[in-house]
Design a protein around this ligand. Sequence first.
Ligand SMILES: Nc1ncnc2c1ncn2[C@@H]1O[C@H](COP(=O)(O)OP(=O)(O)O)[C@@H](O)[C@H]1O
Ligand SMILES: [Mg+2]
Length: 586
Amino acid sequence: MIKTILAQVKQYKRASILTPMFMVLEVVVDILIPRTMALLIDRGIQMKNAQNIALYGGCMVILAVLGLLFGVLAGKYAAYASSGVACNVREAMYANIQKFSFSNIDKFSTASLVTRLTTDVTNLQNAYQMVIRICFRAPCTLIFAMIMTVIISPKLSMIFLVAVGAMVIILGIIIYLAMGRFRAVFEKYDDLNASVQENVSAIRVVKAFVREDYENTKFTKAAGNIYKMFVRAERIVSINAPVMNAAVYGCMLALSWFAASMISAGDLTTGELTSLFSYVMNILMSLMMLSMIFVMLTMSVASIRRISEVINEKPDLVSPEHADFEVPDGSVDFEHVSFAYRKGSGQAVLEDINLHINAGETIGIIGGTGSSKSSLVNLISRLYDVTEGCVKVGGKDVRRYDLETLRNEVSVVLQKNVLFSGTILENLRWGDPDATEEECRRACELACADEFIKGFPEGYETYIEQGGTNVSGGQKQRLCIARALLKKPKILILDDSTSAVDTATDAKIRKAFREEIPGTTKFIISQRISSVQDADRIIVLDNGKISGFDTHENLLQNNHIYQEVYEGQMQGGGDFDQKGGGTDGF
Ligand SMILES: Nc1ncnc2c1ncn2[C@@H]1O[C@H](COP(=O)(O)OP(=O)(O)O)[C@@H](O)[C@H]1O
Ligand SMILES: [Mg+2]
């Protein structure tokens, strides 16, 4: 875990080493100042020696300036190193996420990936900065100050030892209690983040269902919970200050008591006593800092763990070593294919599927929601890998192809598709970065998108908001189809991609496909029989199994599921899930 993070230090190694070095130098200077002060008092002020006063006074000024300089340098390098490491970590996470397969993404959920990339990295950054600064500073101060007290008076240094021992025990107990409570808070934070992200990204649905009050109450409760737990944790930490004060003043009292007789006996000078007072502060303060670091580091351990999980996640779909870069044609074969999602119940959602589809065929796929239509087609472009059997494209196992080659030849319009913020042209060019404006227009004509784009005042330069919120559902679907067409794929898969498009336009798109791209193998998933009935053959899926695979006419004759749905849709236009009844749409 820690190794994963250290691997990201890279070019910030120098800064990460310089920080503690300057920190230690600063400590040395800091510790020397009280000692010089003692000399100033003893040899200057007590003896009324102006020369010595000037000498030691000058030394103190120089030391103070040096201390300031070292402090500033340490701070500068610490900031540089910690933000640099955070940046490297973010880049590493992001780069790995880009390599994630669908099943990797299933494992993490988008909300948690966002939290990991933001909050968790910030926690790490703070922790790193603390480690390279205070983790060296506090123990150094402690040790140097202890050495100085022993030099000044071995007898009085015993007082310090007792105080340090007592503080270690008390602080240890505080840390122990606080850490458990903080850990609980941070677990709850995760829940809160997840619910906020889910709610905010679906704010339109929340409004449509008038669930604002409910969501508010839910949030208030979650936030209130965190507040209570935080107070519980902080309450313990707040004991720190009084304990610290008691220790400091206790030490001073003891020091004064014993020192008084020593000074009268001439075993100790006034200056030395003053410097001892300073060292009390130094020692106890560094102990307190150490204890706080402990608490903070435990808080960031969870973040570090979550970050390393992302960096170390192995993308489970990768191109093979000697990959094929040539997809011969658009034929598709399923041979004894079974498939189960790794996340979830682990039950097979597809069982023993056998299909042979010729290049250039148009295949309709129909079935109720959850009948594994999407799962079936996602195997073709290797968005997931089969659990058993094999899927072939162009006669070769999809696992033999270079992933990029395969996905360029198998273009999928996903069921949950999105547009990105940018102009329409920019969005289209996701399909092919080098497409000319003419080619983009042509793809849009095929997808029946050209007609509405021309209606926009800015045409193809119209800006699409994040998530495509400023175009209608049907317009979005048509843009997604055009984008997929621009790849000029050998296989085109439309996963319920015209569900929000009116029937007439839907028919027009299919007609254009038939006439303009006859060589492309087309898979059309739909809930509407009208969308698939003119396909060459239709697959009827029922609960992960093929119930029928034939032409519209034959299925009408011998597949009772198909018959039922057909009759239902002819009468009332119900969709697949409302066999025989209901109205189309919602
Ligand atoms: N990412 C996923 N992780 C786990 N289970 C999934 C995932 N996607 C779909 N499923 C499950 O697989 C089954 C088939 O889903 P899907 O192929 O999306 O059906 P359809 O597209 O026909 O509506 C469903 O039972 C669904 O719960
Ligand atoms: Mg689906």
